[in-house]
Ligand binder design. Structure first.
Ligand SMILES: NC(=O)c1ccc[n+]([C@@H]2O[C@H](COP(=O)([O-])OP(=O)(O)OC[C@H]3O[C@@H](n4cnc5c(N)ncnc54)[C@H](OP(=O)(O)O)[C@@H]3O)[C@@H](O)[C@H]2O)c1
Length: 391
């Protein structure tokens, strides 16, 4: 790589954001010119002191004064609605890493692509919920999506390595660790606590995605993400449980050959891949010690206990606004679980009941996506209220 690639990190204070900063600080290939988060002012101030970015963005405008005094000279503060998405507008920024969690990341995704820049996408929710709008923005000359999700990054690597034409792809096999409740049945899972759901066996991540991993909704969202990223149909995507999280995903071609990407679980590898592509990072993350790895295990998922995965496949087959509804219902249900208002089993129940009330709509503009998301959230809250009455 010649000159240092200039990047903006939206969601810099989270699990992906902080790992991205680690990658950048360990390499001389990148320069962080902008960072942003929701409300973690202390962490943003520390990051600004270390990175000296040109702009620091804070979504929660009410905390702007708290951060303003703590920024180093030369760092401009942007706060409030639209502040994070505005990072993509900076002329210096070549790549935006969207590491915001949830639907809130939609404007960062759209704004980056509309400016014809590379989007290193961790925020799968924006692509899933806003698919038609995001796909249109992706057509902007210069715009491209490099997937940070380890599974999709693996698929990107498998496809790039094979140089096969799209028509030669026959199947995408997404691997899933199975989460902390692998092998358990619904009756054993009624009393699980938030702490148990947050205890992931192979990955250390933010709370929302960790809960999604425990319900396998994360894998369901990844099915929808793969469909959008690689132009596959829902039925070309298969999920396989692989508890060691070494094989990050696989692609099968029309001649029967399967190509897989393997490494120890370490998100810094896919983050570095997306920032540096087509060059590979000169620093190994997740390299495998073959003297310690004796076998790789694969299982079929349990679609009855982990009903969220089945619901995601159904939303994928329905298409249109269904993935946006699934995502919104899930965000409402997961927040309810994390706040102690819902049991773990009720997450799938709320999503399923919300999807039973699905109202199809066109998603032509970003406003349509926001409306569908809002309506689905309202329906999900009604479902939760009815569960409270039934209890
Ligand atoms: N963690 C992983 O290993 C992993 C792997 C694959 C994909 N992903 C995906 O990456 C994304 C981030 O996950 P994470 O685990 O890093 O989440 P996280 O640790 O919870 O961090 C979320 C980040 O988003 C910011 N944020 C939250 N709400 C926001 C809003 N309304 N506007 C702007 N910024 C907001 C947070 O800022 P504050 O700190 O100020 O709240 C924080 O910087 C998710 O979409 C997830 O599915 C994560």
């Amino acid at each position: 790589m010649g000159e240092r690639r200039r990047i903006a990190i939206a969601g810099s204070t989270g699990s992906i954001g902080t790992q991205a900063i680690d990658v950048v600080q360990s390499s001389d290939s990148f320069e962080v010119v902008a960072i942003g988060a929701s409300s973690s002012t202390e962490r943003l101030a520390e990051q600004a002191a270390a990175l000296r970015p040109k702009v620091v963005a804070l979504a929660d405008g009410s905390k702007a004064a708290e951060l303003a005094d703590r920024l180093p000279p030369g760092s401009e503060l942007r706060a409030g609605r639209g502040a994070i998405a505005s990072l993509a507008e900076l002329a210096e920024v070549e790549v935006v890493l969207n590491a915001v969690v949830g639907f809130a990341g939609l404007d960062v995704t759209v704004s980056t692509l509309e400016r014809g820049k590379r989007l290193a996408l961790a925020n799968k929710e924006s692509l899933i919920a806003g698919a038609p709008v995001v796909q249109r923005a992706r057509q902007t000359p210069g715009a491209e999506i490099l997937p940070v999700d380890s599974e999709h990054c693996a698929i990107h690597q498998c496809l790039s390595a094979s140089r096969a034409a799209g028509s030669e792809l026959s199947r995408i096999v997404l691997t899933a660790s199975g989460g902390p409740f692998r092998g358990r049945k619904t009756e054993d899972l009624r009393q699980v606590t938030v702490a148990e759901a947050l205890d992931h066996p192979t990955w250390s991540m933010g709370p929302k995605i960790t809960v999604d991993s425990s319900t396998l909704m994360n894998k369901g969202l990844e099915v929808l993400e793969a469909k959008e990223l690689f132009g596959a149909s829902t039925d070309q995507i298969e999920v396989v449980v692989h508890p060691q999280s070494i094989v990050h995903s696989m692609v099968e071609f029309c001649d029967g050959a399967t190509i897989a990407q393997l490494s120890e679980p370490d998100m810094r590898l896919p983050i570095g891949y997306c920032l540096g592509y087509p060059d590979r990072l000169q620093l190994p993350y997740g390299s495998i010690d073959w003297s310690r790895l004796s076998f790789l295990q694969f299982e079929t998922p349990d679609y009855e206990t982990f009903a969220c995965l089945k619901l995601a496949f159904e939303a994928g087959r329905l298409g249109g606004a269904a993935p946006a509804w699934l995502n919104a219902a899930n965000e409402v249900a997961v927040a309810g679980f994390l706040e102690g208002r819902l049991g773990w089993c009720q997450i799938a129940e709320v999503v399923g009941e919300t999807m039973a009330r699905f109202e199809a709509s066109e998603l032509g503009r970003i406003g349509d996506v926001l409306e569908a998301d809002l309506l689905a959230r309202q329906r999900a809250r009604e479902v939760i209220a009815s569960l409270g009455q039934a209890a």
